[in-house]
Design a protein around this ligand. Structure first.
Ligand SMILES: [Zn+2]
Length: 160
């Protein structure tokens, strides 16, 4: 698999091969990443200790969300849906880009840093095939992480 990179003000990103993600809002990518890292500190995850932060650009506005767990585990919500639903409640309908982070440490396997299946389907409800998903690689390095398209994350997705 060949790959390309994107350089923004302070970071370099890896662009996954396949259906290329849109880069038209790349000037917002660093802001989204830093917002996701910031809101992660508010995550409520006393049961898993797996803190996640997400930031989404919807109709020109940035919304943040973190995971919120519950003693009744099924009531838990992920950071991505938390952020998206905040945007929807504010009148947003179209996702231009979404960032998420699962922690400050680097070296975490990619499969522990990507959105879960439920969140992928929720992203698909409000996004296009080339909508970029920014996956944090960890803090403290100039390498920011991976940029993948929704199509890469959820091919053959359900849509009415
Ligand atoms: Zn999820």
């Amino acid at each position: 698999m060949s790959a390309s990179t994107l350089t923004t003000q302070n970071f370099t990103w890896h662009i996954a091969s396949g259906l290329a993600p849109s880069l038209r809002d790349s000037s917002q990518f660093e802001g989204l990443l830093l917002a996701a890292r910031d809101v992660r500190r508010n995550a409520y995850a006393p049961y898993s200790n797996f803190l996640v932060g997400s930031a989404v650009l919807m109709d020109g506005n940035l919304y943040r969300g973190c995971n919120v767990e519950n003693a009744s585990y099924g009531a838990t919500i992920c950071a991505e849906r938390s952020a998206i639903f905040a945007g929807i409640a504010d009148g947003g309908r179209s996702i231009a880009a979404l960032a998420l982070t699962t922690g400050p440490q680097s070296g975490t396997p990619i499969n522990q840093r990507t959105p879960c299946g439920i969140c992928r389907q929720v992203i698909a409800e409000f996004a296009e095939a080339d909508t970029p998903i920014l996956i944090d690689a960890g803090e403290g390095a100039s390498y920011a992480g991976e940029i993948v398209s929704l199509e890469q994350l959820l091919p053959w997705r359900f849509k009415l």
